[in-house]
Design a protein around this ligand. Structure first.
Ligand code: BES
Ligand code: ZN
Length: 637
């Protein structure tokens, strides 16, 4: 019996069938590991892209990135074609290679376009193909790129271009498997106009001002495709510390370096809690004001809105947040967009921890309080299905998941675990969790299993155990992750400073205190925000005018305070802020500010009329992401 087995084995070996078996075993392993991603056409279970080599020419005249993407593939099903994600790409040709040197044309097909997903690209593979080279150009309307005229920059002289790939926009400038569970390394050669500098989310960014229009980059750690990023413009660098620095337009450089001075300290503080920073450098790129987000955690090079440059470092929680993604998100990544809360909830929790480490506990409590308040406002309006951490996004735009539920409910869940198990034990758990899943993309289910095994099922004594804080069990975990609303065990951030602010606001509102007697001298931005948020809806234009006279709020200069004030101005019909509102909406394209202001305007017919007038002027300057968000709100005829 044994003899014949050995003979069969030998026979099989002779004919190379062992290869087949290995491939099959690999195939099964991959199949098990792959999650169902509703937002990608890719077939990584059969053919998986491992490396992307880009050779690009960036043309500001054409508003295109033109060139080639050469993909290294691993094939577990030799009969399967390669399935890629694309959106509005102009594909010139596809070639394959077995040796990586000689390429031969192959056939491909572009499927019908879905409004969220774009088009599948099917590339036929000869039996021995291990590389696929695609020659293509992006569309001038690529959803993941914004092309800025000189007028839209700080310097007003040179054009600017930047990418924003999360969630599913990488496919609008690279044909690839645009699923966060398909991790790739990448290299790039980028040609630009000679006087401009290109930077990427990779190694190779230049710290000198030397420019020749030909730049090379390399990301040697496997990352999800949504972290591939590029910007081209009149950029300069300033060092902030040993591993940290900032890129921005020359006229923004000093201000930015001042604002971001605590960055190196933040890296050190985060490493202390969560383990080594794995990416080498941590630089920031401060973009022109049309950047649609606050920040984007592109590895080695966080992209940030200039609206955090307040002059007093009061808005740098954003840096803490994007830096935290170096662990939660970039090192351990959501496998699909329904697991987005794993990226953002963990990150928001860590953001608050970094704030505490650098600026103290009172500041952490203020920021957490504002976060929870914003969540509660949202929950009051949401349908149940959108209040679930493990949100079902099938058939929807994955960006719909970018709500306070993922961020703040997620953060409260982690804070609940911290409060329950004590900081030391919980920090140990998180550190080990990052280590055990480094450079992996995982689902909510994988996380829950790990949490049960390494924390909950250990039956550690908890610091709290009562009817409000029951010892966590699978039921409590399920309630947090799979049920709508906020569990009873949700933590309550508490701020003495905020209590003081609220008390004084109340006394002002009931007439027992004048504005001039309120002690605002030492207020932080967070206290100002709390003060303004304490003012009840419909409290009137008279009071608005009083506040403005006392505190000059229409000219606040701090983007968060100004946003809050403008929102109230619309609500209270305070017309003295009209001109400022228009200027703000034309200057700034950050969706978090722009969208709520238009929503507020759109609530009345007169407001909608104003919204239309303003939007006609502001829309051309907005990023495609902000445009499509506002298009859904502002209806003009
Ligand atoms: N990764 C997100 C930005 C994002 C999420 C872009 C989903 C596209 C789709 C980033 O880390 C983020 O959360 N940014 C926040 C700032 C933060 C301080 C809450 C933002 O842009 O508002
Ligand atoms: Zn984030």
């Amino acid at each position: 019996m044994q003899k014949s087995l050995a003979m069969i084995f030998g026979f099989a070996l002779l004919f190379g069938a062992v290869f087949f078996d290995q491939a099959n075993a690999q195939n099964m392993m991959n199949k098990q590991k792959m999650a169902e991603d509703f937002h990608s056409y890719a077939n990584p279970q059969d053919v998986m892209v491992k490396h992307v080599d880009l050779d690009w020419t960036v043309s500001f005249e054409e508003k295109t990135i033109r060139g080639t993407a050469t993909l290294d593939i691993v094939r577990t099903n030799k009969n399967a074609p390669l399935m890629l994600d694309t959106r509005e790409l102009k594909i010139e040709k596809a070639e394959t290679s077995a040796d990586g040197k000689t390429f031969k044309a192959t056939t491909f097909e572009i499927g019908a376009a879905d409004k969220f997903l774009g088009s599948a690209m099917t590339v036929q593979l000869p039996p021995d193909a291990s590389k696929v080279k695609i020659t293509y150009a992006s569309s001038p309307n690529a959803s993941g790129l914004q092309w800025l005229s000189p007028a839209q920059t700080a310097g007003k002289k040179e054009p600017f271009m930047f990418s924003q790939a999360q969630a599913i926009h990488a496919r609008s400038f690279i044909p690839l498997q645009d699923s966060p569970q398909v991790r790739v390394t990448y290299s790039a050669r980028v040609r630009t106009p000679k006087n401009l500098l290109a930077v990427m989310s990779a190694g190779g960014n230049s710290q000198t001002s030397a420019r020749n229009g030909d730049y090379r980059f390399s990301m040697t750690k496997a990352i999800p495709p949504y972290l591939i990023a590029i910007a081209v413009g009149d950029l300069k660098f300033k060092s902030l510390g040993k591993r940290t620095g900032v890129y921005t337009e020359p006229s923004m450089l000093e201000k930015s370096a001042f604002e971001l001075a605590d960055t190196e300290k933040m890296v050190i503080a985060t490493e202390k809690i969560y383990g080594q920073y794995e990416w080498g450098r941590y630089d920031l790129l401060v973009l022109p004001p049309s950047f649609p987000f606050g920040g984007m955690e592109n590895p080695m090079l966080t992209f940030a809105t200039p609206t955090i440059i307040a002059g007093d470092k009061s808005l740098v929680a954003l840096v803490a947040h994007e830096l935290a993604h170096s662990w939660s998100g970039n090192l351990v990544t959501n496998a699909t967009w329904r697991d987005f809360w794993l990226n953002e909830g963990t990150t928001t929790y860590i953001e608050y921890r970094i704030i505490e480490a650098i600026y103290g506990k009172p500041r952490r409590e203020m920021e957490s309080y504002l976060g929870k308040r914003s969540l509660l406002d949202e929950l009051a309006q949401f349908e149940d299905k959108d209040e679930i951490l493990h949100i079902d996004l099938k058939g929807r735009d994955p960006d719909d998941g970018m709500t306070d539920v993922a961020y703040e409910k997620g953060a409260l869940f982690f804070r609940h675990l911290e409060e329950t198990y004590g900081r030391e034990r919980f920090d140990n758990f998180m550190r080990t969790y990052f280590k055990d899943h480094a450079f992996q993309s995982i689902t909510t289910e994988t996380f829950v299993e790990y949490l049960m095994k390494n924390l909950i099922d250990k039956k550690y004594p908890t610091t709290y155990a009562s009817s409000i804080y029951p010892t966590p069990s699978r039921e409590t975990i399920n309630e947090w992750i799979y049920k709508p609303g906020l569990p009873k065990s949700a933590p309550e951030p508490k701020s003495d400073a905020f209590n003081q602010v609220a008390m004084q606001a109340k006394e002002y509102l009931n007439g027992t205190k004048t504005l001039s007697s309120i002690q605002t001298k030492a207020w932080t931005t967070q206290e100002w925000l709390h003060f303004l948020q304490t003012m009840p809806d419909g409290f009137g234009t008279e009071k608005m005018a009083e506040l403005d006279k006392a505190f000059n709020l229409t000219k606040a200069g701090n983007s968060e305070i100004e946003f809050q004030w403008l929102l109230m101005s619309i609500r209270e019909n305070y017309t003295a802020a009209d001109a400022r509102l228009e200027a703000f909406l034309i200057e700034i394209g950050r969706r978090k500010f722009v969208r709520p202001l238009f929503v507020e305007l759109a609530k009345t017919p007169e407001g909608m009329k104003r919204a239309c007038e303003i939007y006609a002027k502001s829309r051309p300057g907005y990023h495609p992401i902000t445009q499509s968000s506002v298009d859904a709100i502002v209806k003009c005829n």
